[in-house]
Design a protein around this ligand. Structure first.
Ligand code: S3P
Length: 301
C-alpha cells in the first residue's frame, strides 16, 4: 500500500518509470541483503528463533521430569505432596529474577501455564480416576474441591451448580416447583454423564450417595471420598445459607444430627475413604485425602 501510494505520488511529480524501478531495487537490497554466510538476516533470525524454541522444549522436558522426581522423592520419604509454601518461594524467586525485565508480563504469563501444567502432571501421576466427594450438607465438599482444583489444576464438577445452570433455576426453586424426586433424577442423570470425564473432581450434593445406583456410577470411574463433620460444625457452616431446601425451617443442631444419623450408613457404605473435617484447615484435609488415596492405590496393587 505504502509503495503504491509513493509510486503514484512519484508519477504525479513526473518522475520517470526507470528511476522508480531503480529506487525499488535499492530498497529491496537494503531490506534483503545477504549475510556473510550466504543467509539473509531474516532467515538467520528465523533460524535463531527455531533454536530458542528447541531450547525451551528441552528445558520444559527437563523441568517436567524434575517435577516427577520430586513427587517420587516425597513418596519415598513419606513427605506431604502438597507444599504450597515451597511453590510460593519458587514464585518469589522468579519474580525477583524478572524484576527489571521488559518482557516480565509475558514471561509471567508463560510461567502461569508452566506451573498449571506441572500441577496437571502431578494430578495425572497421583490419580488416574475421578475424585468423587460425598458427605452431608456443610461437610466441606465445595471448599475441598475448590482447593484440590487449584492445587492439581483439575476441573471441578459441582453437581448442584451444574444442575442449577442446566435448569436455569436455583436448587431451592427446583425443589419447590418440581419436588425432590425430580431433583434426584437430575442428579442421577448428571452423574451418569460425568462418568465419561477423566481426572476430574466431582462434588456431589449431600443426597447423591443415598441412591445405590448413584454409588455404582461413582465407582465406575472414581474413588469416593466421604467428608464428615459434627452436627454442630455443619450447623455453623449452613446457618446463614438459604440454598438448602431440606434445612429450610429446620436449621438446628438436633435436626441436622437426626438427618445425618439417618444417612450415615449409606454414606459410609459408599466411601472408599473417610475424612473427618472438624477443626482442620483445608490444606490438612486435602493432604490427608491425597495420602489416603495413594495408600488405597498401593493396597490395590
Ligand atoms: C442436599 C444437599 C444439597 C443440595 C440439595 C439437597 C441433600 O447440596 O443438593 O439441597 O439432600 O443433602 P450440598 O450438600 O452441597 O449442600
Amino acid at each position: 500500500m505504502e509503495a503504491a501510494r509513493r509510486y503514484s505520488s512519484h508519477v504525479k511529480r513526473g518522475m520517470c518509470f526507470a528511476g522508480r524501478i531503480a529506487e525499488m531495487f535499492l530498497e529491496y537490497v537494503k531490506y534483503y541483503r545477504w549475510g556473510e554466510n550466504g543467509m539473509n538476516d531474516l532467515e538467520m533470525y528465523r533460524e535463531q528463533l527455531a533454536m530458542c524454541d528447541d531450547k525451551i522444549i528441552d528445558a520444559l522436558v527437563e523441568r517436567n521430569a524434575i517435577v516427577e522426581k520430586i513427587m517420587e522423592y516425597k513418596e519415598m520419604y513419606g513427605m506431604p505432596v502438597l507444599q504450597p509454601a515451597q511453590e510460593k518461594k519458587q514464585e518469589q524467586r522468579r519474580q525477583e529474577r524478572l524484576q527489571d525485565n521488559c518482557y516480565r508480563e509475558e514471561i509471567e504469563d508463560v510461567f502461569g501455564r508452566i506451573v498449571r501444567n506441572s500441577r496437571k502432571i502431578q494430578a495425572r501421576k497421583l490419580f488416574h480416576y475421578n475424585i468423587v466427594l460425598i458427605g452431608f450438607m456443610g461437610s466441606g465438599k465445595s471448599t475441598v474441591s475448590d482447593y484440590l482444583s487449584m492445587i492439581f489444576a483439575m476441573d471441578v464438577i459441582e453437581m448442584d451448580q451444574v444442575i442449577a445452570e442446566q435448569q436455569e433455576m436455583s436448587i431451592a426453586d427446583i425443589f419447590e416447583t418440581y419436588g425432590e424426586e425430580y431433583f434426584r433424577n437430575l442428579e442421577t442423570n448428571l452423574l451418569v454423564e460425568m462418568q465419561f470425564r477423566q481426572n476430574v473432581i466431582i462434588s456431589c450434593g449431600g443426597g447423591v450417595a443415598m441412591r445405590d445406583e448413584n454409588v455404582a456410577e461413582m465407582k465406575k470411574n472414581g474413588r469416593v471420598v466421604l467428608l464428615t463433620a459434627s452436627p454442630q460444625t455443619v450447623y455453623e457452616r449452613v446457618k446463614d445459607s438459604g440454598e438448602r431446601p431440606l434445612l429450610s425451617g429446620n436449621k438446628s443442631v438436633e435436626y441436622i444430627a437426626g438427618l445425618m444419623e439417618k444417612r450415615r450408613e449409606k454414606y459410609e457404605a459408599a466411601a472408599d475413604i473417610v475424612i473427618q473435617t472438624d477443626g482442620k484447615t483445608v490444606l490438612q484435609i486435602c493432604e490427608e485425602l491425597v495420602t489416603k488415596l495413594v495408600e488405597l492405590d498401593e493396597e490395590d496393587v
